[in-house]
Write a protein that binds this ligand. Sequence first.
Ligand SMILES: [Cu+2]
Length: 157
Amino acid sequence: MKSVIIILFAVLIFAGCDTTGTDDNTGKDTITTTNPDNSMIASPDNGSMMTTETSEVMTDQNKVTFALTGENFKFMMDGIESPTLTVKEGDLVMIEFSSIGGFHDFVIDEFNVATERVNTGGSTTVEFTADKKGTFEYYCSVGSHRANGMFGKLIVT
Ligand SMILES: [Cu+2]
């Protein structure tokens, strides 16, 4: 009776050893053969995919165009004097500016935006990314035009 019990125990212990042994082996096999190879191949691919996605996002950037005219001493857009320009943060803003009377430009200090100065009949463009929220002032930097009321608001929401 005692010897049978001992054999049973031995078998159980052996079985236990065998199972843990195989588990360890398969675990090690998986790690050594597949994982390092996969990660080596996967990371450069992921990197290039991320670059592609970033450039796609930049192409999708919302573009907003405003056509303004300048005269003594005001900006006009669609018949509105000193219009308030409203854009969303991150928008690419294009300003098409032309003078219908006098020497003028279009300037926003906070975005380092400044068109060239154009005279009557001249036109120019400038574009910038509205990369911060807030209310800013655009104005004409020629002479005392700003002091004479040649300015308006840009609101970035
Ligand atoms: Cu002006």
